[in-house]
Design a protein around this ligand. Sequence first.
Ligand code: ZN
Length: 382
Amino acid sequence: MTEFKKVQQLLEIVREHVLNIRAKLTAEEQAYAVYHDARHVLVASCSDLLKRDRKLYLKAVEADPNRQIYNETMCGKIMDLHKSVTTFFGEELQVNEELCERIAESAEESNALFSSACVLAEELQERYEHAVVTEASSSAWAAAVANNVATIVDMQQVARVVLEVEEKNAARQMFLVDAVGSRAAARAAEDARAAARWNAEMQRREHETSQPLPSTVAEVIRSYEALVDRTQLSRLCKRLAALLREVHANPERQEIRTLRYVPLTIEHFGHPGVVHYEGCACRVLNTAAETVLRMAGYCARYNTKPSYNVVVMELFAAPSSTSFPMPCGRSSAEHRYHAVGFEMYGERTLVLAEPDPQIEMDAWCSWHEAFEVAIADLMRVV
Ligand SMILES: [Zn+2]
């Protein structure tokens, strides 16, 4: 038989074998030996076909006239056959022309190369491994091993495969456990950090509202006189008095009933997160201001919209385009923002929450009286 006829025949054999394999794969589960043999034949015949076809093709395209052995008609037939082979491999086995060439030209690794390149061979291997493991776990296996020496030899070979498959599966399982485990651990750690941050902020808010208040504004002012400059303190008292007088005169004005930390508020009363980088009285002055405001009925309130906090923080990010004088007297551009704890959760405002005169007349009266005393105390410093 000529080499051309041999390749033609091999192509037909492989084509038929592939059809048989597909039929086996769609049928019910077979014995492991069926998959094993089918794979063995597929790999061996395919790499043989590719090698033979490649050799023939190279002879047909030989450029050196002294080495040309086929006539023009034969060369044409060989080229057609080569095209059929590569088309078959490409379409039926998803092995492209470039891979076919590499497999054909590899001296020792053509089988291994084809095995890893061919999806069908891989599928047969998986079916084989699965069938082996299934059979090894059946009672028929144990009975066969117990009664037949020939089977034992056969089974010993297969047992090695079982071990390999089990190891492979265990490694795959470990990989999955590792990947899932580390993701879960990372998520748990992040959740724990988030919970700790939120708890710390809750404690801070609790601490903020539970601080005991002095009985009079005059007492507050006295306690701060030793801490800050007289000019700074009197300027602060003047601004607090102006605010409280405005509340007293126009209690319905929402923008003074809810104090947002807009630049003007920060200019007048400072901010709990803003301080000069070399240290200044702003933080102390802010504490003094908030103490007086709490005594007047203002409470710290938090919403769930943190976006405005970014605006405030950017005011103090260097270099800042806008600047204004801070309570200590220096420019806001010289001050920096240090997160207090609420920044990522929501905006912090001071809301006036006086007693409702319709419901608690007595409480409202004493609040109103205290409010007037507070203004008078502040005015005395000014
Ligand atoms: Zn300052």
